[in-house]
Design a protein around this ligand. Structure first.
Ligand SMILES: Nc1ncnc2c1ncn2[C@@H]1O[C@H](COP(=O)(O)OP(=O)(O)OP(=O)(O)O)[C@@H](O)[C@H]1O
Ligand SMILES: [Mg+2]
Length: 263
């Protein structure tokens, strides 16, 4: 059975895209069939997976969502799913920002992405959605389409208020649109073990949410190799397999698999 997971946080630059790509690769190395969907008009996931000329891609998630809004039949999946190493990708470019606007007046506007995912779910073990840093209609579509969410949080940028707003939105979606949605957990990213700030904030999250929300034991450390890997259009796992960030994401994938099996 396929599990659809959205990587969300309306805070920018917390490691959503890095988490989406590396979790995907780590799961694929474990033999899982993985599809990633780039749902951010910035297209960072698409570019980071090697499609840096993404303005020229024929069919993107924006094209598919436009068709779904018009209730047109989607093309064969071979025409829009591209390969990125051992994972599949539905790419994205800036055209998705226009879709966000047209969603406002669309019928069943929160369920457009779900209608696309429902057609291809059967071919995958995991579908990972990389969300944009906003709580707009695109992110609501991701929340309505997923089984679970993973929330990357950086110690430096943690805003307790921001996290609360995100949780409120998830609860609202659970009530109105998607009763089965679960929070897989919070993943601490860009973690510097030796700073007190990292430690204090980790403790704070644990005290504030530890009871209700799982905090993954794996923490993703900070490393310049992440920047280099993006420059080379590769995931860190492909670019620097033995790097501490790669090891952390592999351990994290293991945790995700174990939690999935336990639930
Ligand atoms: N573990 C890490 N160590 C060092 N740098 C990192 C790490 N993870 C991510 N970064 C860097 O931080 C920046 C933001 O990461 P990323 O793009 O994954 O965040 P994001 O939440 O997807 O951002 P946005 O909200 O803009 O979509 C990138 O430049 C990336 O290279
Ligand atoms: Mg991103």
């Amino acid at each position: 059975m396929c599990k659809v997971t959205a990587i969300v946080n309306q805070k920018g630059g917390v490691g959503k895209t890095t988490t989406a790509s590396n979790l995907g690769y780590a799961l694929a190395y474990q033999g899982k069939k993985v599809l990633e969907i780039d749902l951010d008009p910035q297209g960072s996931l698409t570019v980071s997976l090697g499609y840096d000329d993404n303005d020229y891609i024929n069919i993107t998630i924006a094209t598919l969502m436009a068709m779904a809004i018009e209730e047109e039949k989607l093309p064969d999946r071979e025409l829009y799913i591209v390969k990125a190493g051992n994972i599949d990708l539905i790419p994205c470019n800036i055209e998705l920002s226009a879709i966000e606007v047209s969603l406002v007046n669309a019928m069943s506007r929160e369920l457009i992405l779900k209608s696309i995912i429902d057609e291809i779910k059967e071919f995958y073990d995991y579908i990972i959605i990389d969300c944009s840093p906003s709580l707009g209609m695109l992110t609501i579509n991701a929340l309505a389409a997923c089984d679970s969410v993973i929330i990357p949080v950086t110690p430096e940028y943690l805003s307790a208020k921001g996290l609360e707003l995100l949780l409120k939105n998830i609860i609202r979606v659970k009530k109105r649109l998607n009763p089965k949605i679960e929070i897989d957990g919070i993943l601490l990213t860009m973690f510097v073990e030796r700073t007190n700030l990292s430690k204090d904030i980790t403790e704070m999250i644990e005290v504030a949410y530890g009871g209700q929300i799982h905090i993954f034991e794996s923490r993703v450390p900070k490393s310049v190799q992440v920047g280099y890997s993006i420059l080379h259009n590769k995931s860190v796992i492909e670019y620097a397999n033995k790097n501490k960030v790669s090891l952390a994401y592999k351990q994290f994938a293991q945790e995700v698999l174990e939690r999935g099996a336990a639930n």
